[in-house]
Design a protein around this ligand. Sequence first.
Ligand code: ATR
Length: 302
Amino acid sequence: MSQSTSAELHTDPTQFPGVDVYAVAGNPISHSKSPAIHARFAEQSKQKMHYGRLQPEIGEFKAAATSFFAAGGKGMNVTVPFKLDAQAMADALTLRAQLAGAVNTLRMEDGKIFGDNTDGAGLVRDLLAQGIQIQGSRILLLGAGGASRGVLGPLLEQSPQELIIANRSNAKADELVQLFGGLAKSLNVSLRAMTLSALEDAAKAGIFFDLVINATAAGLSNESPISDTVASNIFVPQSFAYDMVYGKVTTFMQQALHRGARVSDGLGMLVEQAADAFLIWRGAKLADAIDSRAVLAELRTS
Ligand code: ATR
């Protein structure tokens, strides 16, 4: 794998005269697939633009983003660990960014920085593209951190019958139920929280789900947040297990496969959230000019 040079990690819009410049900011960022994804969208829709990387030091996101935009940057994607800093520095937030409690897309317009969040919409688009029926379904969302919060609104808007948030500790899951309770009620979705140990008991008594989403950080260390016993009860062959982590078949996905369920990693979510950001920056009229599923297929074979 090639080493990124310092210039590649610090995209400077003044170095690209006459071209609209974007970047993804995170730390670390050298392995991000976002530049390749956006380069393909730009090619498909014939947009003249450059999309690079930015790696601010921890605690220096605001300064780095401010100078990027002051130098003419048009937009920025934001990833770990800066999504809260991005929310804090934006001049205005979309409703979905407020609900998500985090920002993954910044856009400069008329001297103001607007913050949005396309993660949840990206997940929903990927699920629908994979033929998953969300409306009327029974969903189990594992984890109650930022990743879960980011996708809850768009999931609820698809009108599942029920959505259960299961987390190791109960305080964070309860908080999410409080935050999203009004939206769930207005959409007639039964929303509740339980601990992973309560899920253990419920699973023994017989409970299964159409869709189980792993939004915990457990996938990163290749652990599953659920035990094999829980997995053998909650998955049936009609279930779909989605892990937000990508690039490997996680333990969580293996548990679901073992029960004959269908599985997916989160690469499609990455591509779809990027597609949404691209259209925010370059215009919704380009929706038909980009083919996110083709870009996803290319990434899978590269
Ligand atoms: P993020 O913003 O990426 O969601 P986070 O806010 O640190 O990250 O949240 C991580 C989530 O993964 C939390 O729900 C965490 O559970 P706790 O709230 O109980 O800490 C969950 N998590 C992390 N490691 C886990 C593990 N090994 N098993 C189960 N859940 C885990």
